[in-house]
Design a protein around this ligand. Structure first.
Ligand SMILES: Nc1ncnc2c1ncn2[C@@H]1O[C@H](COP(=O)(O)OP(=O)(O)OP(=O)(O)O)[C@@H](O)[C@H]1O
Ligand SMILES: [Mg+2]
Length: 270
């Protein structure tokens, strides 16, 4: 089904801007919308993986078809590369190697999952994307942002998120949450679907010091402030329910999904 939707999308054409394109052909007159690309960012323990399923459910209730995925990962190759990137045995990996592996996983993810879904009108909800590369490999490891931007251009072309939600918490709060999560592996919200991670041990990034994460947080905030039309900074230091309200309100204000109802986008057989 996914593939027939994709084929149809290819016939209708991609407008690449998220607006509605129109098919031709009398009775059929299919109105086709490219899906929206929504990314969740923030330091460890900010609540990305907690909030994401709530958004997925809310959008689903509104008739929006969604696909939830994550980076690094989201494909078999990407998940294997994720395991390498998080593996503490590779502590000290060269920042350039780390950067390239991140983008290798991203290239596969875009080609196999993200682009086909967006083209078929599905909203993609992604747990981390390229802002994380600017934040971790740029801010954290000190890789020049211009080198990251060059890879972004090469790997993504014009694909950028429609909205990046930066879940913002003080680094100490996020790390404390992540530490508690490690002590309760059954509490991992994403445990049933994702594989390849070790919930009870700190991964290669979680082992970094507080200053590393302070730099990461600062880059997220700087990038969000520089492009307010694409980013929303959400105070994620409150409890899960309060944060969820903030997240859901922001999404409905910034990407008014009710207009893209089942009737317009999907009832036409897409
Ligand atoms: N608002 C909140 N208040 C208190 N605890 C929270 C809140 N949101 C999430 N948590 C808990 O904090 C832990 C980390 O949350 P979560 O896994 O969603 O963070 P994350 O941003 O996905 O982190 P990571 O980058 O490490 O994947 C989980 O145990 C989760 O249940
Ligand atoms: Mg997570």
């Amino acid at each position: 089904m996914e593939w027939s939707a994709r084929d149809r999308a290819a016939k209708v054409g991609r407008d690449g801007r998220g607006g509605f394109g129109e098919g031709t052909g009398g009775m059929k007159h299919v109105r086709f919308g490219r899906g929206r690309f929504l990314v969740f960012e923030g330091v460890e323990g900010a609540g990305k993986s907690t909030q994401l399923p709530l958004v997925e459910r809310r959008l689903g209730d509104a008739g929006v078809r969604t696909l939830t995925t994550r980076e690094p990962g989201g494909t078999p190759l990407g998940e294997s590369l994720r395991a390498v990137l998080l593996d503490p045995r590779f502590t000290g990996m060269s920042p350039t190697a780390e950067l390239l592996v991140m983008f290798a996983a991203r290239a596969e993810h875009l080609a196999k999952v993200i682009e086909p879904a967006l083209a078929a009108g599905t909203w993609v909800l992604c747990d981390r994307f390229t802002d994380a590369t600017f934040a971790y490999q740029g801010g954290g490891r000190g890789v020049d942002a211009a080198r990251i931007a060059a890879l972004e251009e090469t790997v993504q072309g014009r694909v950028r998120p429609d909205l990046v939600l930066v879940l913002d918490v003080p680094v100490e709060v996020g790390l404390a949450r992540a530490g508690r999560r490690r002590q309760m592996p059954m509490d991992l919200p994403d445990a049933p679907t994702w594989t390849g991670s070790a919930p009870d041990a700190a991964d290669r990034f979680e082992r970094e010091d507080v200053d590393f994460f302070r730099r990461v947080r600062e880059v997220y905030l700087e990038r969000a402030r520089a492009r307010p039309e694409r980013y929303a900074i959400i105070d994620a230091s409150a409890d899960e329910e309060t944060t969820a309200e903030r997240v859901l309100t922001t999404i409905s204000e910034r990407l008014p999904y009710r207009r893209h109802s089942t009737r317009q986008s999907y009832e036409a057989g897409i």
